[in-house]
Design a protein around this ligand. Structure first.
Ligand code: ADP
Ligand code: PAZ
Ligand code: K
Length: 249
């Protein structure tokens, strides 16, 4: 069976596919290499043979994860690498190697699924937007802090903003002006997220009219799914691109 990994700045998303390299059997989200090993260890049943992964971590961190996987499971590992062009999409960065590989794979996946122009919005540690025109030209994109970074900046750079995660979740039940600190901060950040999304939509409409597909992905995608009624929420969009960039023969 095949192990797939998407190593973001905060979490490792993993899933195991049948040997057909298509059907997912199991998957999860872990916060460290060690936790990944634990998730996979009681899974002798997986009989892992191959692994493909994408990482936006440092080469040292990724090397160490790969070594751990080879050591633990004897898998052969293929990593996604930057390319200027693939599957009809041209990387729009001046220096194509600088475009985050998770962004590249997500937009490859998006263009493939849309079979036309698309706007890919990824809500992880950072929030990213990427624009791909109908002819496969990647126009570039935007990066801003994601929900965890926004709230943590406020928590660490102020003296009186302190609250726990349960309170944060409760605060999301409404977008009325907050009457407590946690409500005020969480709803304020949520509105920034929504404002960002609406601005991206406006830009996409300027380029392409109504003729484009919006994809929402990343761990916090559900926070904005209501903002774009026609958007496709595809949590595994990076994995769609990973399969395209790293076919396993
Ligand atoms: N099962 C989960 N485990 C961890 N975080 C999750 C989970 N589901 C949703 N999230 C949210 O996803 C965010 C991280 O998104 P993710 O796309 O994994 O980030 P990154 O790729 O930067 O590591 C967190 O801020 C958290 O709010
Ligand atoms: C923008 C990112 C930090 C997003 O990472 P994530 O939030 O998914 O962990 C990552 O794609 C990255 O490190 N990119 C390199 C810089 C760039 O894309 O311009
Ligand atoms: K990501």
């Amino acid at each position: 069976m095949i192990l797939e990994l998407d190593c973001g700045n905060s979490f490792i998303k993993w899933r195991v596919l049948r040997s057909d390299a298509v059907t997912p059997i199991e998957g999860g989200v872990v916060s460290s290499d060690g936790d990944l090993l634990v998730s996979l260890k009681d899974a002798e049943k997986f009989q892992l043979k191959k692994c493909r992964l994408v990482s936006v971590r440092t080469p040292e961190e990724t090397d160490s994860l790969v070594a751990m996987l080879v050591n633990a499971f004897g898998v052969s590992v293929v990593r996604a690498i930057p390319t200027r062009e693939m599957a009809g999409v041209r990387n729009g960065y001046e220096d194509f190697e600088r475009l985050g590989l998770d962004r590249w794979l997500a937009l490859l996946g998006g263009y493939h699924l849309a079979a036309g122009a698309c706007l890919v919005l990824d809500f992880g540690t950072a929030i990213t937007a990427d624009f791909v025109a109908a002819d496969g030209e990647h126009l570039g994109g935007f990066i801003c802090p994601g929900m965890p970074l926004m709230r943590n900046q406020l928590r660490t750079h102020t003296r009186r903003i302190r609250y726990d995660d349960t309170a944060a979740e409760r605060a999301h039940e409404s977008l009325a002006p907050g009457r407590t600190t946690v409500e005020a901060v969480e709803r304020g950040c949520l509105l920034m997220l929504r404002g960002f999304v609406l601005t991206q939509l406006e830009l996409a409409r300027q380029y392409w009219g109504q003729d484009f597909v919006v994809f929402l992905t990343g761990g916090d995608a559900n926070l904005v799914s209501g903002v774009v009624p026609g958007a496709r929420v595809v949590p595994d969009l990076v994995f769609v691109g990973l399969a395209m960039a790293c076919p396993l023969s």
